[in-house]
Design a protein around this ligand. Structure first.
Ligand code: DUT
Length: 148
């Protein structure tokens, strides 16, 4: 099991009284995060839902904001930009961009678990421009080139 990293967290006034992001089970990859506001998402609508939290992630890490499968399967509620990226230098409020891809309006209650936060290591890289790339078996084949 890898070492836990500490992520500094600041609760914003409208986040008072809400549970902090937490793992639902010991083996969970993501910490469930709850809504800090109440709203109804109409079919086809999207909204950046407040969490009432801001964070300072250690350099070299990010937090990925991922949908909850149950909300997606049962109600068509997903994170539109999945996985959302929280950068280590971001100090604004963490928001969850939810979209309703279902056919019914969906009511989000304050305190309801709406997404999961997955901390992850970031691999820095730099592009090196060259004139021609090496040959491979795949070559330029993509988008189903190996079958459907
Ligand atoms: O689901 C998300 C995605 C992003 N953010 C915040 C944290 C992130 O660090 C910042 C910028 O996100 P991103 O880089 O994905 O957005 P952008 O559209 O490229 O904006 P920017 O020009 O600010 O980088 O917005 C969230 O709160 N929730």
């Amino acid at each position: 099991m890898s070492q836990k990293i500490a992520i500094q967290l600041k609760r914003l006034p409208h986040g008072e009284g809400l549970p902090l992001p937490a793992y639902a089970t010991p083996g969970a990859a993501g910490m469930d995060v709850v809504a800090a506001e109440e709203l109804t998402l109409a079919p086809g609508a999207r909204h950046a839902v407040a969490t009432g939290l801001s964070v300072a992630i250690p350099e070299g890490f990010e937090i990925q904001v991922r949908p909850r499968s149950g909300l997606a399967l049962k109600h068509g509620i997903t994170c539109l930009n999945t996985p959302g990226t929280i950068d280590s230098d971001y100090r604004g409020e963490v928001k969850v961009i939810l979209a309703n891809l279902g056919s019914e309006p969906f009511e989000i209650k304050r305190g309801e678990r709406i997404a999961q936060l997955v901390p992850a290591a970031v691999q820095p890289a730099a592009f090196v421009e060259i004139d021609s790339l090496d040959d491979t078996a795949r070559g330029a084949g993509g988008f189903g080139s190996t079958g459907r």
